[in-house]
Design a protein around this ligand. Structure first.
Ligand code: 16G
Ligand code: ZN
Length: 549
C-alpha cells in the first residue's frame, strides 16, 4: 500500500465536521457539502473491493435518488431543507454492495485521523486477504445534481490512491450504471449481458420491445413526469430509439438545467406519498401517466377515473400485473425445469398494500415472501426463485429470471403455435426487464408491453384489486436510532413496550395494520397505517404518531 500517496491525497479531502456517516439502505446519503471526504474513502473501498474480486469492475453511483436537492435557491421556490447527495457501490453483476462490506464502508467513512484511515484499510486488507498487486477497476456515474461533478473528483482521488483505474460514465440513470457494470464484467462470459454504453442499453431494450409489440395496436400516449432529473434525458433517447410508430410519449418535468426543480413537487415519491398528480402535469380523464424518481430507478403509474378521481398504480400493482402475465405465459409455453414447473415467487415489503398481498397469494396462488425495506433485501430474496418478481410499493423493483429458467426458455422448442408465441414473449421479456436492478425505464416498457398485448387500459389493469386506504407519515424524533425494527420491519423490538401500545391502537379498527420504522435515508421515523376506511386510517395515524413522538 502506497501510504504516502494515500496520505497526500487525503489532505485534499479532509473531514471538516464531526458528522457521523452510516452506509445504509441506499449507501451513504446526506448533505452534499459533507460528502467530499466520504467519496474519497468510498473510492479507496471500491478499489479494494475490485482487487478482492480479481479486478472485476465495481460501480459507484452518485445520487440522492428522490430526495429534493436545491443548490441555488430561487425566490420563487420555497427554501427546501434537503441539499442531499449520496453514493452507493455496485457489485460486478449489478447488485448492491455485499452486506458484509457495509461495516467497512461505515468505519472508513468515520475514521477521524489519517492514521485511523490507514489502520482501517490495513484491517480490511488483512481480514479479506486482499492481494494489493491486483489491478482495481472502478466505474462511476452520477445523476443531474450539480454537486455530483465535484464528488466524482473526490472518488477519483480515492481510487487513484490505490493505483486503480476509474472509468467515468458521466450522467446516467442509476440502473444504466448497473447495466454497464454487468456488461463490463460479463464480456467474456458464456452469456454476456450486453454491450457497454447508453446507446446499447437503449437498443437492447427497444429491439426486444419492438419484436413483441410489432403488429399490435399502439397504446394511447403515455405522459411521463421525469422529476426534472436524469430520467428525462434517458427516456427521450429511449423513445427516439423505439420510434413513435411503436410508442408515444410526452415527457413533462424535464427541466434538468434547473437543479432546484429536481423532485420538487413531482416524481414517483411525491406522487405515491401525496396521492396526487405532480406539478407540471394537468391530469385529465383518459390520460395515461407515469412518474419516475430523480435517478430513474422507480416508477408509478396513475390516471383519473371518470369522475376525475386520482388513481394510483404503484409498485404493488406493477408486481401483480407482471406476475400474472408471466405466470400465464410460463403455463402456456409449457416451460419446465427438470420436469417441474419453474419456482415462481413474489417478494414484498411491509409497505405492500394488504389487498395486493391477498390478491397475489389467494387469487393468483403465488407464494409471497416479505423482506426488510431496501432493494438489496428484496433482490436477494427474489434470487431464490426461478422467476422472482420483487417490487416495493414505492415503485422500485424488477423481475429476476434464473439461469435455469433462461436455459429452459431456449431448450423448449414449443410444439404448438401458442407455445412458440409464449416462449418468444418470455424471451423478449427477460431482455426488456433489467436483471441487474429495478429500472424505471425497463419497468415502463414491461408494463407497456403487457398492456399492449392484453389490450388493457390503466383502469382495466386497476380492476384486479382495490387498495386498502393507507397513509405514510414522517415523524421527526430526537433519536431515530432507538427504534429497532424486527420481522421484516413489521414490528419494533425497541423502544420496549412501544409495539404493545401500537398493537392496542390497531386492534380498535377492522382490517387495520400499522408499523413504525426508522428511515435509512432521512433523519425521521416513518409511520405506516392501513385500514378499511380512510377515516379509520386517519384516526389510527394520529394515534400512532402520538405514540412515537
Ligand atoms: C432507498 C432504497 C429503497 C427504499 C428506500 C427506503 C435502494 C436502492 N433504495 O431509497 O429501496 O425503499 O431507501 O427509504 O435500496 P427509507 O429508509 O428512508 O424509508
Ligand atoms: Zn431512486
Amino acid at each position: 500500500m502506497d501510504v504516502s500517496l494515500i496520505l497526500k491525497l487525503n489532505e485534499e479531502h479532509k473531514k471538516l465536521e464531526q458528522a457521523k456517516f452510516t452506509y445504509g439502505t441506499a449507501g451513504f446519503r446526506t448533505l452534499a457539502s459533507t460528502l467530499d471526504p466520504v467519496l474519497f474513502r468510498v473510492g479507496l473501498l471500491a478499489s479494494l473491493r475490485s482487487k478482492k474480486l480479481n479486478s472485476k469492475f465495481i460501480g459507484a453511483m452518485i445520487t440522492a435518488s428522490h430526495n429534493a436537492a436545491p443548490v441555488k435557491i430561487k425566490s420563487d421556490f420555497p427554501k427546501l431543507t434537503f441539499k442531499d447527495n449520496g453514493v452507493k457501490l455496485v457489485e460486478p453483476l449489478g447488485e448492491m454492495l455485499v452486506q458484509t462490506w457495509e461495516p467497512y464502508a461505515t468505519k472508513l467513512a468515520n475514521a477521524e485521523t489519517r492514521e485511523d484511515i490507514v489502520a482501517c484499510l490495513t484491517e480490511i486488507i488483512e481480514t479479506e486477504k486482499i492481494d494489493l498487486t491486483k489491478q482495481s477497476n472502478v466505474a462511476v456515474a452520477r445523476d443531474t445534481r450539480p454537486s455530483g461533478e465535484k464528488l466524482v473528483e473526490s472518488l477519483k482521488d480515492g481510487v487513484i490512491s490505490l493505483h486503480g483505474n476509474l472509468t467515468n460514465f458521466g450522467v446516467l440513470t442509476t440502473p444504466q450504471l448497473h447495466y454497464n457494470i454487468r456488461c463490463l464484467n460479463t464480456k467474456a462470459a458464456k452469456h454476456p449481458y450486453g454491450e457497454v454504453g447508453e446507446e446499447h442499453y437503449y437498443k437492447k431494450l427497444s429491439d426486444a420491445y419492438k419484436s413483441i409489440t410489432r403488429g399490435f395496436k399502439k397504446l394511447s400516449p403515455l405522459y411521463v413526469d421525469a422529476a426534472n432529473g436524469v430520467g428525462a434525458k434517458a427516456l427521450l433517447a429511449l423513445a427516439k430509439e423505439i420510434g413513435s410508430e411503436y410508442f408515444d410519449v410526452f415527457i413533462v418535468n424535464a427541466d434538468v438545467a434547473n437543479s432546484e426543480k429536481l423532485n420538487f413537487e413531482c416524481g414517483a415519491d411525491f406522487v405515491k406519498l401525496k396521492q396526487k398528480a405532480p406539478t407540471g402535469l394537468e391530469l385529465k380523464s383518459g390520460m395515461r401517466c407515469a412518474s419516475l424518481d430523480g435517478d430513474a430507478d422507480r416508477i408509478v403509474y396513475y390516471y383519473a377515473d371518470h369522475d376525475g378521481k386520482f388513481k394510483l398504480l404503484d409498485g404493488d400493482k406493477i408486481a401483480t400485473l407482471a406476475a400474472g402475465f408471466i405466470m400465464d405465459l410460463v403455463r402456456k409455453a409449457n416451460v419446465t425445469i427438470n420436469g417441474q414447473p419453474p419456482k415462481f415467487g413474489l417478494v414484498q415489503t411491509a409497505y405492500a398494500n394488504g389487498s395486493s398481498t391477498e390478491y397475489a397469494s389467494k387469487k393468483m396462488q403465488v407464494p409471497v415472501v416479505f423482506t426488510m425495506t431496501g432493494v438489496k433485501h428484496l433482490h436477494h430474496a427474489a434470487e431464490e426463485f426461478d422467476i422472482g418478481v420483487y417490487f416495493e410499493a414505492n415503485g422500485h423493483g424488477t423481475v429476476l429470471f434464473s439461469e435455469n429458467v433462461i436455459n429452459a426458455f431456449s431448450d423448449v422448442n414449443g410444439k404448438t403455435e401458442e407455445e412458440i408465441k409464449s416462449l418468444n414473449i418470455l424471451k423478449a421479456l427477460s431482455i426488456v426487464i433489467n436483471q441487474a436492478v429495478g429500472d424505471a425505464l425497463s419497468d415502463m416498457l414491461m408494463v407497456e408491453l403487457i398492456l399492449t398485448l392484453n389490450k388493457q387500459s390503466l383502469s382495466d389493469w386497476d380492476e384486479a384489486y382495490t387498495d386498502l386506504p393507507s397513509r405514510q407519515i414522517k415523524v421527526k424524533v430526537s433519536d431515530r436510532h432507538i427504534f429497532k425494527p424486527i420481522k421484516a420491519d413489521t414490528e419494533l423490538l425497541e423502544p420496549l413496550g412501544l409495539q404493545e401500545k401500537i398493537n392496542a391502537e390497531v386492534k380498535k379498527y377492522s382490517s387495520a395494520r400499522s408499523f413504525v420504522r426508522p428511515s435509512g435515508t432521512e433523519d425521521v421515523v416513518r409511520v405506516y397505517c392501513e385500514a378499511k376506511t380512510q377515516k379509520d386510517v386517519d384516526e389510527l395515524s394520529v394515534a400512532i404518531c402520538t405514540l412515537v413522538f
